[in-house]
Design a protein around this ligand. Structure first.
Ligand code: NAP
Length: 167
């Protein structure tokens, strides 16, 4: 499986429920990468979507400890292991971990690639992502030219991992 995330200069990804940035080109990239794929997300990230509704044209596997939690258009799982089991037979490049902070950390060891939008700006953040420059086994494998929107500069990067844990 892969993951996809947008990080600030100091690897912040969210503040409370909110994203730190709303960059059109980044949202387009996210959509293009995940459309018609399976996405893995935490219950709090699902709640942060408009109306708490799943994104169109994506199969949503949601992690929650609440046995009563259910949301139309999603499949809810009570453990990371149950999600790993559910995606074991899917093509690895059709499964994306899409956040948030708790879920990225839990699934990072199983990811082969991390698609990271590196935003050259800092915003106050209560939720962070591990700095991949410092994570063992991860290698920066591609970096795009710079983009700019409303004075905010960003690049699309991809990290790859030599030996992800087997699912
Ligand atoms: N920058 C980006 O690319 C990006 C992408 C996505 C999200 N975000 C941001 O990330 C933030 C949300 O992240 P977060 O860390 O607060 O929450 P999260 O990872 O989205 O979801 C956490 C929830 O997942 C469930 N969970 C976690 N571990 C579990 C386990 N082992 N077993 C069962 N359920 C488990 C729990 O749900 P229950 O409480 O229901 O038990 C927990 O409250 C928001 O600010 C959002 O905007 C940023």
């Amino acid at each position: 499986m892969d993951l996809i995330v947008a990080v600030s200069r100091r690897w912040g990804i969210g503040n409370g429920k909110d994203l730190l940035f709303h960059l059109k080109e980044d949202l387009r990239f996210f959509r293009r990468m995940t459309l018609d794929k399976t996405v893995i997300l935490g219950r709090r990230t699902l709640d942060s979507f408009p109306g708490g509704r799943p994104l169109p044209r994506r199969r949503h596997l949601v992690l929650s400890r609440d046995p009563a939690f259910a949301r139309e258009g999603t499949e809810v799982f009570s453990s990371p292991e149950a999600i790993l089991e559910a995606v074991r037979d899917l093509p690895p490049d059709e499964v994306f971990v899409i956040g948030g902070g708790e879920i990225y950390r839990r699934f990072l060891p199983y990811c082969r690639r991390a698609w990271v939008t590196l935003v050259e700006e800092d915003r106050p953040a209560s939720v962070t992502f591990p700095n991949l420059y410092r994570e063992d086994g991860w290698r920066l494998s591609s970096l795009s030219d710079e983009y700019e929107e409303d004075g905010v500069r960003f690049r699309f990067a991809c990290w790859t991992r030599e030996a992800p844990h087997a699912l």
